[in-house]
Design a protein around this ligand. Sequence first.
Ligand SMILES: Cc1ncc(COP(=O)(O)O)c(C=O)c1O
Length: 478
Amino acid sequence: MNKQSSLNLEIKTNDSVMYRNLYQQIRDQILNGFLAPRARLPSTRSLAAELGCSRGTIERAYDMLLSEGYIHGAGAAGTRVNPNLDPKLIAAGVLGTDGKPVNGTTHQSQETPPLSLQLGLPALNAFPRKLWSRLINKHMRNMGAHQFARGNAFGYFPLRQAIANYLAISRGVNTEPEQIFITSGFQGALSTIVQCLSSAEDQIWCEDPGYFRARDCLNQLGVPVIPVPVDENGLQVSLGIKMADKAKFALITPTHQSPMGVTLSLARRMELLHWAATQGSWIIEDDYDSEFRYGEKPLPALKSLDANNRVIYVGSFSKVLIPSLRLGYIVVPKPLQIRFEESLSSLWSVGSLLEQKVVTEFMAEGHFSLHIKKMRSLYAERRAALASALQKRLAGEMTLSLQVGGMHLIAELKNVKDEKRLQQKALELGIALHFLSHFLIKVTCPPTLLLSFTNVDVADAERVVGLLAQAIEACTKN
Ligand SMILES: Cc1ncc(COP(=O)(O)O)c(C=O)c1O
């Protein structure tokens, strides 16, 4: 049965995740401007009465909105939409719900070219477009009309085979293609895993700092996140055990921690695997950019040590090819294969068959490893150029750390106090700044920049650093 409220909210009273639906509806109304900054929300009591649900449901939805900064609880003044929100900027990904520019997503849109230093993108203009177009044309020509229908829910089998070959050679992961399921990128993989394996109240360890999009996805799925601090040896497993030893999942980036770039030490790997085997918990290994290490061979995946079948490995083509493909994959332990097959068989396939065919040929014909090799040396040059320009121009303003891998540099700022101001100043100058603070859950840190070098040409590095210097100067002089 449906109930409606004066806020134009609609809920199904028999819905087990009513609070999440409510949260999403209110959030959408804030983002589309229907609920303006400062607008007052009904009290939990009156909204619960209107909708015919429990007050606890409304409180849970409000708590989620509160924790993400969409609303403020203002005591006697009631609950109001955050006054600092500008829905247009939030929808465009420029501002977060705290009214601050979004470090991870600033200007990340397909409508306009990325700004210099934009985080999270491979070198977009180095993508082998000509070859790709040739493969697209070829496969489109050769596809039978019957292949324009929906495809296999587990993914195109030859692609699963090509991925299995690649993982064995490059990541030390031995798997049968049947254990691989094609997903819509990492987020699709995470949702699928949670939907297949999680029941109500199951907790998940997440790295702190850690990839905020994974957290957003988990919040939407209603999975309680346990923030486990990270140090120079990666996730602090013993703290995780202290905080929530019964957690059902641990989501981790062991090879190249996102965003700190550290590697999970062997001792911690063993500790984590042991915990998962003892508790019957699942480790979700997000192996998103391990291919990019400079001067060192890529490290084998944690999955390669998984003697007890507790690691669910997730890969994505977003960093090694392009994010707009929206293609990723899950490798499930053999004992989980049937469970995933049963769960996925009632869903439609994800990803276009045409693009899956193209990726398959790209991998099988050796273009993929060549592309990664090329990108590794391009990134090594761009990384060195950006680091050297920063050292030359801004050594007094920042402490720079170069990680052995990844796609960004980390720079702790010495004199900047106001991240938001610096980010806005930089945006005006055409550069996108991202701060570590956006990746933190509970731990704190001084203002620290994450500077992506993938889209900064060697010849352009000094100009970009000049702009950054200008922005910093504007924010540090009195
Ligand atoms: C830590 C991390 N994991 C996974 C991904 C890939 O995400 P997706 O496949 O959804 O594009 C990214 C991309 O930025 C990332 O930073």
